[in-house]
Ligand binder design. Structure first.
Ligand code: PGA
Length: 254
């Protein structure tokens, strides 16, 4: 399976900064990505067009939006539609990121609606799941992943399920490891990814074997190599360490 290394720039970079980083990535990757890995940059809305233009034509370097609202158009003040994302050059959508769930109170139901809508509109969708520290300490890891995965994936109809192998990735991101410098240990990552794979298999059958499961949470150049080589780790979702082209490129080649 092609490994995916994704950058989540969150609320960072005005356009000149975004353009500069994207141009550095494009220059470094124009001859190909390390090990044919797929790089995806989730940029802020205002940077999307600048980033998409800078990386246009570079194979295995794709662009996506960190958020959107699941409607075609209408009276949704402050929101951005998938059509607008596409117009700006984005082909990926992120759903269920812990900051959307926990800071902006996105419910499992909204995450499910967004996931289905993004797939329906022909986007590649990366669905994030993960437990808080309290949930982990209370022994609820499995239940949380089960609920988050099932509510988003079970409602998908046969047409959308058929698109999953080309258009869907999961990112397991323990909330307590995001932006904290506290990376999950190899045993924790192995366990959570196996749990995730098993839940996916329960929902989707053998098709689950081909779905990439990324790890996210304080991934840095010095821990990326160990993480990417663990069983059932098919990629990495990188926040802080993706802001500089240099460290993102190190992770891409780890
Ligand atoms: P981090 O963020 O790498 O800064 O921990 C990861 C993420 O939120 O996707």
């Amino acid at each position: 399976m092609q490994k995916i290394i994704a950058a989540n720039w969150k609320m960072h970079k005005i356009r000149p900064q975004a353009g500069e980083t994207a141009a550095e990535l494009a220059l470094a990757l124009k001859g190909g990505t390390p090990l044919e890995r797929l790089a995806v940059v989730f940029a802020p809305f205002t940077d999307l067009a600048v980033v998409a233009d800078a990386v246009a034509g570079v194979k295995n370097l794709e662009v996506g939006a960190q958020n959107f609202y699941p409607e075609e158009q209408g009276a949704f003040t402050g929101e951005i539609s998938p059509a607008m994302v596409r117009d700006a050059g984005g082909e990926w959508l992120l759903t269920g990121h812990s900051e959307r769930r926990h800071i902006f109170d996105e419910s499992d139901a909204l995450v499910a609606r967004k996931t289905a809508y993004g797939l329906e509109k022909g986007f590649k969708v990366m669905l994030c799941v993960g437990e808080t520290l309290e949930e982990r300490e209370a022994g609820h890891l499995r239940d949380v992943l089960d609920r988050q995965l099932r509510t988003a994936i079970e409602p998908l109809d046969a047409t959308l399920r058929a698109r999953l192998p080309q258009s869907f990735a999961i990112a397991y991101e323990p909330v307590w490891a995001i932006g904290t410098g506290k990376v999950a240990g190899p045993a924790e990552v192995l366990d959570a990814h196996l749990v995730t794979r098993n839940i996916l298999t329960d929902i989707l059958g053998v098709a689950a074997q081909d779905l990439p499961i990324l790890y996210g949470g304080s991934v840095k150049p010095d821990n990326a190599g160990a993480l990417i080589n663990l069983d059932n780790v098919d990629g990495l979702l990188v926040g802080g360490a993706s802001l500089e082209a240099k460290s993102f490129l190190q992770i891409l080649g780890a």
